[in-house]
Design a protein around this ligand. Structure first.
Ligand SMILES: *[C@@H]1O[C@H](CO)[C@@H](O)[C@H](O)[C@H]1NC(C)=O
Length: 405
């Protein structure tokens, strides 16, 4: 009897331990959660564990990784990126498992010349297969201050967020045959390194080493996550009830914000890259169906609009464009639109770059195609002001000879 009751109390103690570790919320000392893995002293944790900095010079970059491995979680980190001329530098911050069929969830920040926008590159690998890139510009200067970059990873989806604004959602579409990261625990990794052979404007802009060392900073790490250790999850097998993020879906406000970002700040989407991907990934199919996207060759061209146009203007395809999805991007912003969406509203300046353009058959024999401007500004006052300042673009003519590909 005595031995039985003592083993009962052991079980009880064990249960309490499991319950209290269901949510591993960590915040505070970066020394506890991370270890510097490379860079020969170029990476440092300072301010009593509150700040981590990575640096890069011509000889080496640097990096760190989490001590824990996670299998699902809501993971937040604040980053402040390399300021000034950061061209050629890449700050990678990602989750990854190991092995040849690894899973990975990526944020990568591609530096740029002073005053030019960083590119936030995202990707999701499942079982060693990636090629699911989406890229964004940001609506703020990510070098001026710290901003929060979050990954919500649960069995339903992966949501990438910036300062609480969702920028990308990768749904679990296992039912459609797309492998989803859910069985392999991942560690957090980050590094600052040089990639001036491709990072900035496709490798055209090189790193200016006279500005080295370059540095990026991290703080306020927070993980509400299931820690994986010795083959078991800290969340146990039935965790959905105790961790709200485990079953979290985007609410309608979140979906709206996501649409806003995708419409105004997305500069690349593998789903619409039909040049690279002849057959569409299953993840994209529903999206395509929604936008009734016609298969068109991806040709990137540069069309010169009016030289100093920075008005809020929507562009609408001419008659022949009516069934073609198209998009464009430029320095200040980006957008995509298609025939059954409202024409895009965007802010642009000078050059427009079309990411998806209509097939050759939409051009006239002279190789030209005209798009009409569409006024989307609401207020009459605004419109008048734009007219007076000459900020009006009436039409864009695209010349097929200006294709860059
Ligand atoms: C750098 O700036 C150019 C020009 O504004 C932009 O097209 C590009 O997306 C930016 N980012 C990178 C990483 O090249």
């Amino acid at each position: 009897m005595a031995s039985l009751s003592s083993s009962n109390s052991v079980v009880l103690v064990f249960c309490i331990a499991v319950i209290s570790s269901l949510i591993i919320a960590s915040a505070g000392n970066l020394n506890q959660d991370f270890q510097i893995t490379w860079g020969d002293g170029r990476a440092k944790i300072s301010n009593n564990g509150e700040l981590l900095t990575l640096s890069l010079d011509k000889a080496s970059g640097s990096g760190f990784q989490s001590k824990n491995e996670y299998l699902f979680g809501q993971i937040d980190m604040q980053l402040k990126l390399v300021p000034g001329n950061s061209a050629g530098t890449v700050t990678a911050y990602y989750l990854s498992s190991k092995g040849s069929t690894w899973d990975e969830i990526d944020f990568e920040f591609l530096g740029n010349s002073t005053g030019e926008p960083y590119t936030l590159h995202t990707n999701v690998f499942s079982q060693g297969k990636g090629n699911r890139e989406q890229q964004f510009h940001l609506w703020f200067d990510p070098t001026a201050d710290f901003h929060t970059y979050s990954i919500l990873w649960n069995p339903q989806h992966i949501v990438f967020s910036v300062d609480g604004t969702p920028i990308r959602k990768f749904k679990n579409l296992e039912s459609k045959g797309v492998p989803y990261p859910k069985n392999q625990a991942m560690r957090i990794y980050s590094s600052l390194w040089n990639a001036d052979d491709w990072a900035t404007r496709g490798g055209l802009v090189k790193t200016d080493w006279s500005l080295a060392p370059f540095s990026a900073s991290y703080r306020n790490f927070k993980a509400n996550a299931c820690v994986w250790s010795s083959g078991a999850s800290s969340c146990g097998s039935n965790s959905a009830t105790s961790n709200s993020w485990m079953s979290q879906e985007l609410d309608s406000a979140g979906e709206k914000k996501l649409k806003w970002v995708q419409k105004n700040y997305m500069i690349y989407n593998y789903c619409t890259d039909s040049k690279r991907y002849a057959t569409l990934a299953a993840n994209c199919r529903c999206q395509r169906r929604q936008t009734n996207h016609r298969r068109s060759r991806l040709l990137s061209i540069v069309a010169i609009a009016s030289p100093h146009s920075s008005s809020q203007t929507g562009l609408e395809g001419g008659a022949k464009l009516s069934s073609t999805a198209w998009g464009f991007h430029n320095q200040a912003s980006s957008a995509t639109a298609s025939d059954n969406q409202r024409p895009t509203t965007t802010r642009f300046h000078g050059e427009l770059q079309f990411a998806v353009i209509p097939p050759a058959s939409d051009f006239t024999d002279q190789g030209r195609l005209t798009m009409r401007k569409r006024e989307t500004g609401r207020g009459r006052r605004e419109r008048k002001k734009r007219k007076e300042s000459g900020d009006v673009l009436d039409k864009i003519e695209i010349d097929r000879s200006k294709y860059t590909h």
